[in-house]
Design a binder for this molecule. Structure first.
Ligand code: SF4
Ligand code: SF4
Ligand code: SF4
Ligand code: FES
Length: 594
């Protein structure tokens, strides 16, 4: 890589040629204020906060767009620069309504921080009194146009990161406004509620309704964790105050999603209205009655000891953590010799012998073939990555017999029976990428194998922790007939009653370890309350095979316990002490993924 020798504020620096002056300054630990710039977005040079003096240039230059050139001499804090920045701020504060005390973002606003830094303590210019509208039509966030500084971060986030292209700039000059689609209310627009625009907004123009007016940044705590709503496993920051979860943000440092989240990960867990289970319950005289954990575990151990291994069945829901699945395997399968163990969702077949690729590798492909899975609806952040690649010129082929969310973005849509046509096109590509799920047929498997020497691939498993469950061999077929005891590790999974209870003998003793009340817990003899995503330390394996931590952000509701903790208590009661640690689980999962 060519390096350039430059000087910033008299300090000699060696910087990669071609990066911007702003990047070079940041790498050298020199702070330059910014407003429209965001590390995840392309620079546009719109706000002029980052201006610097460059020797030989007639005017001040925006450091976020100016490239590093050998020998350049830069001043980031000269009087000329700071006076010009103050002027920019005076103008921004004079436009629209920036009465900070009435703004939800006061105390957590980048514009306000700049105001303090450059001593903006009064209006230099007469204020602009036109009132702009407030758009409160979106379910999850609010657009207050009066606080907008037209930095365009939201527009670039929707275009460049989410590839949804909902936002744009409408009108001209002082009338300019961020608008959705053809200037329609956000709640009626093509917005898919990923919330990324709101996360990147530097002011109080876009903010989340659920956490509005609940406290500025300095009053909240942030815990890095992993989203458990699908198999992508996006990195999150869980924002809490006083033991309550206020919001979920995308973690910009997370390797899988690099800051992005979808509606399921960012918003839906905060709006969950299902009824929580908070105490162990035992059916007594036909009714579920509260009992202690001690009684619950003793009752369960006694039941297990009264039946044969062949009369026990175990079903795992897709939210179960690596640790819980590991304990299911060790306790039920290895120690108690139970073989009737299954999953509530279907596992896709492994059809290639090579190691899976990463989602970020999709960016390098020229043909993307999606077969038997619907990432747009089931693994949304993966679909953002696919749509981004399509925006940059990759061609998408969708093979599905069902309605597929990615179909409108594909240049070719075929039924599963015609997959050979898709494979023929993919063969001609330089760098094809296959994403397939449990919906592929035997014919499709044979066809996809023809691309084995050429294509990169990812198995887009349904559910959440399906990769780990399959790796631990917990999908070897479950049969409800003849069961005397069924242990269901339901966790947070949404339960549709009929299918799961089908075929289970009427007198079977059902144990439901679950977070929410459902027809399953209503039918169970024993209910063990399970901690949810924000209430436990555990880990998940994502569709790429990455093992990622879930970190506890708040205390469990009532007496709920993480699944792995309840399983450890049960192991101890049965005299089969089993130690579980992230290292042990990782080693076991990784062994079978290779
Ligand atoms: S929430 Fe997502 S899809 Fe909707 S406008 Fe914002 S960035 Fe675009
Ligand atoms: S809404 Fe926020 S991010 Fe979008 S242009 Fe306005 S200030 Fe910038
Ligand atoms: S794509 Fe999946 S893991 Fe990522 S935020 Fe959405 S639901 Fe969560
Ligand atoms: S941050 Fe450089 S112009 Fe806005």
């Amino acid at each position: 890589m060519t390096m350039a020798n430059i000087t910033i504020n008299g300090q000699k620096i060696s910087a990669k040629a071609g990066i911007t002056v702003l990047q070079a300054a940041r790498e050298a630990g020199i702070d330059i204020p910014t407003l429209c710039d965001h590390p995840a977005l392309s620079p546009v040079g719109a706000c002029r906060m980052c201006i610097v003096e460059i020797k030989g240039q007639r005017a001040l230059q925006t450091s976020c767009t100016f490239p590093v050139i050998e020998g350049m001499e830069i001043q980031t804090d000269s009087k000329m620069v700071t006076d010009a920045r103050k002027l920019v701020l005076d103008m921004i504060f004079s436009e629209r309504n920036h009465f900070c005390p009435y703004c939800e973002m006061s105390g957590s606003c980048e514009l306000q921080d700049l105001g303090y830094r450059y001593h903006v303590d009064h209006w230099v210019f007469s204020t602009y009194t036109k009132a702009f509208p407030l758009d409160a039509t979106h379910k999850y966030y609010l657009m207050e146009h009066n606080r907008c500084v037209l930095c365009g971060r939201c527009i670039r986030a929707c275009d460049e990161l989410v590839a949804n292209h909902t936002l744009g700039l409408g009108q001209r000059g002082s009338e300019s406004m961020v608008r959705a689609d053809a200037n329609i209310p956000l709640g009626e627009s093509s917005c898919i509620s990923c919330g990324t625009c709101t996360q990147v907004c530097p002011t109080g123009a876009l903010f989340y309704k659920r956490s509005a007016f609940m406290g500025k940044d300095s009053l909240t705590q942030k815990v890095k964790s992993t989203c458990n709503q699908c198999g992508v496993g996006c990195g999150t920051e869980v924002v809490t105050r006083g033991g309550n979860v206020l919001s979920i943000l995308g973690d910009w440092d997370a390797p899988v999603n690099k800051g992005l989240l979808c509606k399921m990960g960012r918003f839906e867990p905060l709006y969950d209205s299902r009824k929580r289970l908070t105490t162990p319950l035992l059916r007594t005289k036909g009714k579920l009655k509260e009992i202690s954990w001690e009684e619950a575990i003793q009752t369960l151990a006694k039941q297990i000891n009264t039946v044969k291994a062949s009369e026990i069945g175990v079903l795992s829901g897709s939210y179960s953590s690596n640790e819980a699945l590991y304990l299911i395997k060790k306790l039920f399968n290895e120690k108690l010799q139970v073989s009737n163990i299954g999953l509530t969702n279907t596992v896709a077949p492994r059809i290639f012998d090579k190691v899976q690729s990463k989602l970020e590798d999709i960016a390098q492909s020229d043909i993307i073939l999606v077969a038997g899975s619907d990432p747009l609806n089931d693994q949304p952040v993966a679909s953002f990555i696919i749509k981004r690649a399509v925006d940059k010129g990759a061609r998408l082929i969708v093979v599905d017999d069902k309605k597929n969310g990615l179909a409108p973005f594909a240049f070719m849509n075929v039924d599963m029976a015609d997959i050979s046509k898709a494979v023929e096109v993919a063969k001609r590509a330089n760098n094809p990428f296959i994403l397939y799920g449990a919906g592929i047929t035997k014919t499709a498997i044979a066809e996809l194998k023809k691309l084995k020497d050429k294509a990169n691939y990812i198995i887009v498993e349904s559910g959440v922790n399906t990769v780990a469950a399959a790796a631990l061999g917990l999908n070897n077929g479950y049969n409800p007939s003849g069961l005397k005891l069924l242990y269901v590790l339901m966790g947070e999974q949404n339960y549709e009653g009929a299918d799961l209870l089908k075929g289970i003998p009427k007198n079977a003793f059902i144990v439901a370890q679950a977070s929410y009340l459902s027809p399953l817990t209503e039918r169970a003899e024993l209910v063990l309350p399970a901690a949810i995503w924000s209430e436990q330390n555990s880990s998940l394996t994502n569709i790429e095979g990455r093992i990622q931590n879930i970190n506890k952000a708040v205390e469990p509701a009532g007496d709920a316990k993480p699944d792995w903790e309840a399983l450890q208590l049960l192991s101890a009661e049965l005299g089969k002490n089993i130690a579980v640690s992230i290292d042990k689980v990782s080693a076991e999962v990784m062994k079978s993924l290779k």
